[in-house]
Every structure is written in C-alpha cells, then in structure tokens.
Design a protein around this ligand. Sequence first.
Ligand SMILES: NC(=O)c1ccc[n+]([C@@H]2O[C@H](COP(=O)([O-])OP(=O)(O)OC[C@H]3O[C@@H](n4cnc5c(N)ncnc54)[C@H](O)[C@@H]3O)[C@@H](O)[C@H]2O)c1
Ligand SMILES: [Zn+2]
Length: 359
Amino acid sequence: MRIVNVQLPERAYPIFIGKGTRRQLANLVHELGAGTRVAVIADQQVADLHLERAIEGLETSPTVMPFPAGESSKSLSQVERLYGELANARIARLDLIVTLGGGVAGDLGGFVAATWMRGVRFVQMPTTLLAAIDASIGGKTGVNHSAGKNLIGAFHQPMAVLVDLDFLETLQQRDYLAGLAESIKHAVVRDQALLEWHERHADEIVAREPEVLQELIARNCAIKAEVVARDEREENLRMILNHGHTIGHALEHLLSYELRHGECVGLGMIVENELARLRDMLADETAERVAELIERLGLPTRLPRALAAEEVAAACRLDKKLRRGAVHFILLKALGVPERVADISDDEIAAALRVVQPL
Ligand SMILES: NC(=O)c1ccc[n+]([C@@H]2O[C@H](COP(=O)([O-])OP(=O)(O)OC[C@H]3O[C@@H](n4cnc5c(N)ncnc54)[C@H](O)[C@@H]3O)[C@@H](O)[C@H]2O)c1
Ligand SMILES: [Zn+2]
C-alpha cells in the first residue's frame, strides 16, 4: 500500500492506494467515535459490484444511498433527493458521508457533503482511474446546470481518499485508457521523469499490471496533491492542469456521445501542442513524442468524424462564456514548462485542428 499526503495550509489528509485500502474506512469511522453514522452515496452500477466489500468491517451498518450511474445524476434534483435521504437517516455535522464510484459520485456526493448542514465530513472511494488520479483529489465538488457543466459547486476537502485497486479491476478497458490521458497530462506539465516512466512501462500500463498501476496512481496523486496544496482555489498554479482541456472540452461538447472525457483530453493535448508548435513555442520532437505516447497508451489520435474548425473555436468560447475574459490555453514551451496563452486566433485553431482530423 502507498500513502500520499495532501498537505493543505490548514490541514492535511491521506490518500491510501493499493489492494484492500477499503479496510481503512472502518479505522476512520472508529476514530470518529462511537455513534458516528455513515451514509454511502454510491453510483448504482458500482454499488452492485462492490458495495459489500466497500463497507466490510464497519461496526454499524451504514445507510446506502444509490444514484443512477452517469453524468445526468450530477444535478440539483439528485442533490435534493439525497438531502431527503440524509434527513431520514439523521446524518448530522459530525457524521460521515462516503462517496463510492467515479468522478460523478465524488462530485455529486462531495457537493452534498459540502452543503448539508454547512458541511459534513466525507471520504472518497474513487473507482475509476480518472477519479483516482484526478477528480477525487483537490476538493472541487459540484453539479451541472442547464447553463453549463460544473456551474454549481463548492470547495470541500475530504478527510481521506481510499483508492482500492480491487475496485478498479472491473472498470472497462476503454474507461481505464481514457483515465490515462490525465496521467500523461500530469507528466507533461509537471514531471518529465513520469513521462519517461510511461514510455518505459507503456505495455504494462495498458495491461494494468498491478504494481505498475499502483505506482502510476501514487505518482499522479503526488503531482495533483502538490499542485492543489500550492493553490487550493485555482487562482494560479492549479490552472496548469487545464492543459489539453480548452480544446478537450470543446471536443467533448461536440462529441460527447462518441468520446470519453479522457479521449477528448488526449486529442486536446495533441491539438494544443500543435498550436504551440505552429507558434514556434514548442519543439517538433516534443509534440511528436507526446502524440506517440498517447497512441501507445491506446488513446485515439484522430477524431471519429471531421469537425468544422469554426465549430470547435465557437465551442472553446462557450466554455468561457460565463467566466470573464478571453479563452485561455495552457500550452507547453517544453516538457514541464506550461504557459498560459490568451491570444489564440480562430485561424490558428483551424490550422492546428488538421492534425487530428480523420485521414
Ligand atoms: N472534481 C474534480 O476535480 C474533477 C476532475 C475531473 C473530472 N471530474 C468529473 O468527473 C466526472 C467523470 O468521472 P468518471 O470518468 O469517473 O465518470 P463516471 O463517474 O460517470 O464513471 C464512468 C462509468 O464507469 C462506471 N464505473 C465506475 N467505476 C467502475 C468500476 N470500478 N467498475 C465498473 N464500472 C465502473 C460508472 O458506473 C460509469 O458508468 C465528470 O463529471 C467530471 O466533471 C471532476
Ligand atoms: Zn480532465
């Protein structure tokens, strides 16, 4: 088992990574004291597979609150329904909420925990790779609104994150590979040695070799934890984690029924590196090297169908419509050297998009 600490200015919390880390939950509840009630907000699909093991060893049985799998559960109506269940179970300030599932469970359950009685303690049990290395760390929680994704939210840090590799085993290969895009992103913006490590272990990573997987998750958690610790509220440094995401979100908006978030981020990194290359900001070899790794890790390097450049440029702006100012890109100058760029033109987007258009 590996432990990575998230060292926030006010307090710290641990991320446990390994097979069987779910058993830490009983210890945590025990430490909170007798009489602590536990509510588990769980993705229904994940609960069917793993709930029994997730709560094994708890002294008193928790109240389980399943929600339907999928992004559409990140809604205020789901939040409202869960508040009702918390009221019925008499969950109060000093009790504990556990979230079980992927990023949707963490964002929805975390938001409920952040707002119920002005904030209840919570523990994340992420069960997708994306949630384990990204969404469950950093305290961003929230739900969607018809005006856009993640518009309603709160910062609320968990007490602990338990990444149990036993749960990740049932994750579909395509979802697993999609999660790897965030790992490549962490490596290129922050840790060149991690990029080299991905290249050396690419086959074992794709094969989900347990020791390599544990190492991959621990190294990613350390990067995300370090960035979040320095900039909890995303005023500055944390923005580097948006590399690949300005284009990625635009593609996701246009292709959400065809591609996963991580697949869009992989394509987004390729396009954004091309933007940087065309400006002579980034060396050709580096752009090629990242694209090659994306391909070796089984992620798409071309769009499933051609997209009009104007549509993509418009979708980039859509994301920023509600946030003041220009569209920002986090482009690479070199490995480990991201830079914020705000003056990308539609013509540049059109030129860069060509590298991912279908052949
Ligand atoms: N808060 C943050 O900082 C942050 C960061 C990145 C992404 N997110 C959010 O995360 C969400 C995406 O997360 P996701 O990709 O984990 O999606 P998800 O939670 O919808 O999970 C994807 C699918 O996998 C299934 N699943 C989950 N774990 C499984 C397992 N172990 N075995 C089998 N099936 C399993 C789920 O039922 C679901 O159908 C988005 O809503 C995004 O906005 C949040
Ligand atoms: Zn992402």
